[in-house]
Design a protein. Structure first.
Length: 134
């Protein structure tokens, strides 16, 4: 089986890092001149999401190259959510979990393991058979 390519863990890490490195470069370019704004922090949260999942990093990389899907467009999704759910106030707060959900819907990203764990109920329902006490 000499024809079967062997992908080492090192090679996988390099591939993951290349997606992430390119993604952070694109986000940094889109953040220029917007430090301290909502758009800047959208980019920071997208970088955090990409760190946790190679699939997320790869999908975000493809989407962020499209001007209609850049971090400014993602920020507009947050603003639309806030306007709909919090009125048209000049100030609003969206938790990181809600923001991540909005970004995942906007970019069509699957849940990663960490996000899936958060959405699971903390305690499983247990059925108690009263006959066990007799």
């Amino acid at each position: 089986n000499k024809n079967i390519p062997v992908i080492t863990l090192k090679a996988k890490r390099r591939k993951k890092m290349s997606y992430y490195a390119e993604l952070t470069e694109i986000i940094s370019q889109q953040q220029q001149g917007k430090e301290g704004t909502a758009v800047f922090y959208v980019g920071e949260q997208l970088k955090d999401m990409a760190k946790r999942s190679e699939v997320t990093a790869e999908l975000l990389l493809a989407d962020l190259k499209n001007p209609d899907m850049d971090i400014t467009a993602a920020e507009k999704q947050l603003k639309a959510y806030a306007d709909k759910n919090h009125g048209k106030n000049k100030c609003f707060c969206i938790s990181p979990d809600v923001a991540e959900k909005i970004f995942r819907e906007f970019y069509g990203l699957p849940q990663d393991e960490e996000t899936a764990e958060k959405s699971k109920p903390k305690h499983e329902e247990q059925i108690i058979d009263l006959g066990d006490f007799l």
